[in-house]
Design a binder for this molecule. Structure first.
Ligand SMILES: [Cu+2]
Length: 509
């Protein structure tokens, strides 16, 4: 079944209203439910999971420093929407199928509110995971303005819960950003980009076996997922009517495995103003943007003087990335139609400078960690990936001290790029450098084979997710705090994260 492109308008995601608010705190309730939603006008309505009856979930908008409480409520049916592999850690038959826990990606948050994978809960909190601590999460939002997103993080089934629809935006705003006079209000639009496949009846398709099926298992986890359509804000290949003026778009790759290399078919520049963790020092004009799963990039697109033009946002990222098959590439993302007359003079700007970012100096680091990304094989002959050659339930090895600065060497021995995400903190990318994988495998030493590669212009600034490219050492630097306790770091390819490419870590005193 081939769906037509650009027949449905881009949904503008609703902003969630708090239950109550006073000068000291704000309280939200967010219910997860199953419902039907139209994802394309040529497709029957699709059964999805969402927050507050919406896929993607409503956008949560808070002010920097605002103390926010959120009760995440699981009102989902007991039967899962998608096929579960019971051999995957944490997803055995001794736990309920439908389990949820919510993580705000990018949040500086106390550990008990971070959405630890084992802190899951079922409908009505009837059953909870071994690390469950409380029903109402607390977010202090002591961060600058930033585009974050909330999504499910349940042990062993994150890939299925997010694929079913459990994701939404969480934006922090601040006065500094307002004073920059960026495009705002209806000209500031978050775009969640995800790939999906469908059965002919409109239901979501997610494979229950890899291309080479595991005969001993009814359902097996797959190594990667690539959908054959691309959705933005929950619509397949939508269009957006725009005015001939500047717009701000907050791009998020909310896909399971797929990377996007985004361009505009008009050939025009995109002005990148922000990374994962907030605004950059100054904007950069770029022709293409690479977005790994979970990465965000904040951009301004200028449609001034383009009245009557249709502009397509395209993708040419190999899948898997970077050495994948061109057959898996889905080339179209969405369309902009410069079809609305200018409603008022565009006084917004692309600023010269935005926010100074203090570069973390290597000299301030008190610890260096060498962490490998490894290939492995399980008892069913399935390939799976590890961090530092350790499984999820091996004892904690990363235990940075509160307030300390560390450098992590991500030594990628595999052939894929893995987007590595560390909870709690933002980091800076120092550099990447190619090395001899065979020599490392034999002797355990890093022998560099090429020059140091500085981070891309679009990666300069603060990040919480970084591409660890194959056969390269990617170095990142970060300061741990302001909380102590148990967090996780992991690959954000959801099929990898669910199958052992995730590790606990502990910030200690
Ligand atoms: Cu991975």
């Amino acid at each position: 079944m081939i769906l037509s492109k650009f027949v449905d308008e881009l949904p503008i995601l609703p902003i969630l209203k708090p239950r109550w608010t006073d000068p000291f705190q704000t309280y939200y309730e967010v219910k997860m439910t199953e419902f039907k939603q139209s994802l394309h006008s040529e497709l029957n309505d699709t059964t999805v999971w969402g927050y507050e009856g919406s896929y993607p979930g409503p956008t949560i908008e808070v002010e920097s420093g605002e103390r926010v409480f959120i009760k995440w409520i699981n009102n989902l049916p007991d039967k899962h929407l998608l096929p579960i592999d019971y051999t995957v850690h944490g997803a055995h038959t001794d736990v309920p199928d439908t389990r949820t826990v919510v993580h705000v990606h990018g949040a500086s948050v106390e550990p008990d509110s971070d959405g630890y994978p084992d802190a899951w809960f079922t409908n009505g909190f009837a059953k909870v995971g071994p690390k469950f601590k409380k029903e109402v999460y607390q977010y202090d939002n002591n961060q600058r303005s930033v585009t974050q997103w909330y999504h499910d993080h349940t042990i062993g089934i994150t890939r299925l819960n997010i694929y079913a629809g459990l994701a939404g935006f969480y934006l922090i705003r601040d006065q500094k950003e307002r004073l920059l006079n960026l495009p705002s209000g209806k000209y500031d639009i978050p775009l969640m980009i995800q790939d999906r496949s469908f059965h002919t009846d409109g239901s979501l398709y997610y494979p229950n076996q890899p291309p080479k099926p595991i005969k001993r298992l009814k359902t097996s986890i797959i190594h990667e997922f690539f959908g054959n359509t691309i959705l933005v804000n929950g619509k397949v290949w939508p269009y957006l009517n725009v005015e001939p003026r500047k717009y701000r778009f907050r791009l998020l790759n909310g896909s399971n495995t797929r990377f996007y290399r985004i361009k505009l078919d008009s050939g025009q520049r995109i002005y990148q103003i922000g990374t994962d963790s907030g605004l950059k020092e100054y904007p950069v004009g770029i022709k293409e943007i690479l977005l790994a799963p979970a990465e965000r990039t904040d951009v301004i697109i200028d449609f001034t003087n383009l009245e009557g033009k249709n502009i397509i946002m395209t993708n040419d990222a190999p899948a898997p990335f970077p050495d994948g098959d061109s057959a898996n590439v889905v080339k179209i993302i969405m369309q902009f139609r410069v079809s609305i007359p200018l409603s008022s003079i565009d006084t917004s700007v692309i600023p010269q400078d935005m926010e100074p970012i203090q570069k973390l100096s290597e000299q301030t680091a008190s610890n260096v960690r060498y962490l490998t990304l490894n290939d492995n094989m399980d008892q069913y002959g399935r390939e799976f990936m590890l961090l530092d050659n350790k499984q999820w339930d091996a004892p904690i090895t990363e235990n940075p001290k509160l307030g300390s600065t560390e450098i992590w060497y991500l030594i990628n021995l595999t052939t894929d790029t893995h987007p590595i995400h560390i909870h709690l903190i933002g980091f800076q990318i120092l550099d990447r450098r190619p090395f001899d994988v065979d020599k490392y495998n034999k002797e355990g030493v890093i022998h560099y084979t090429g020059p140091i590669i500085p981070p891309d212009p679009q990666e300069q600034g603060e990040k919480d997710t970084v591409r660890a490219d194959p056969k390269q050492v990617t170095r990142i630097i970060m300061k741990f705090g302001p909380y102590t306790g148990l967090y996780v770091w992991h690959c954000h390819i959801l099929e990898h994260e669910d199958y052992e490419m995730m590790r606990p870590y502990m910030v200690i005193r």
